[in-house]
Design a protein. Sequence first.
Length: 271
Amino acid sequence: MTDQATTSSKPMPLHERLYRTEAIVLSRMDFGEADRILTIYTPRHGKFRVIAKGSRRPLSKMGPHLEYFARTRLDLARGRELDVVTAAETVDGHVGLGADLDAFGHASHCCELLDRLTQDRQEHEAAFDLLASSLRLLSDGVDPFHVARHYELALLTLLGYRPELYRCVSCEADLAAEANAFSSRLGGMLCPRCRGADAGSRPLTINAQKYLRSLDRRGLAFVARLPIADDLRAEVEATLAAYLRHVTERDLASLRVLREMNQPYDAGSSV
């Protein structure tokens, strides 16, 4: 018994304590006088929290490499509660996001959604690659609406929540080109005959259905060239937002905050 206890208390060998990984910073919070706790997403280890000690100091070498949404290469030491960042090097800082509020808000939405839909230490390299490519496109100035809708649908598919867009989820009949409905609760489209299966379903215009199917079948490069009217953008975004709210079981804050910030200021309103 004594020998077993002594063996289990031996410190971990140095080569097992230290490791390197690429990571994307999903979120961060200040901790103590000079530290930050980061939530990161990695290709091999999924999502987890780390601590970057001293990274808020003005002369910190790590701080500039740990900005929001940065794709960075980290050296980490395994800790008792949180792994510790010992070095950081920027791979892609996505600097274009800092100059575009709309792109920044949609980048926040992409990171928030991945955070909400995944468990800690759940490896998913394809989800990492999807986030990395989406942040790069947002930073490069591609229309945030198209990038975000592609990201939402692709991430839902990767994680097993893909909505049914081609057949009625109730009677399983192929959908006709008409104003069908979308049921967040049932996970997809309802034909007019079956709409009563979910009183909370929302009608979806033919153009909105075409956009979602084009996004699913033909991808981002195709839909990014399509002219999309404001009312159609609002319809598609609201439909996916309702489904995401159902899947995550909570409201997603990033796009709501962005919409509130973009509302015109009424100088005559009371504070």
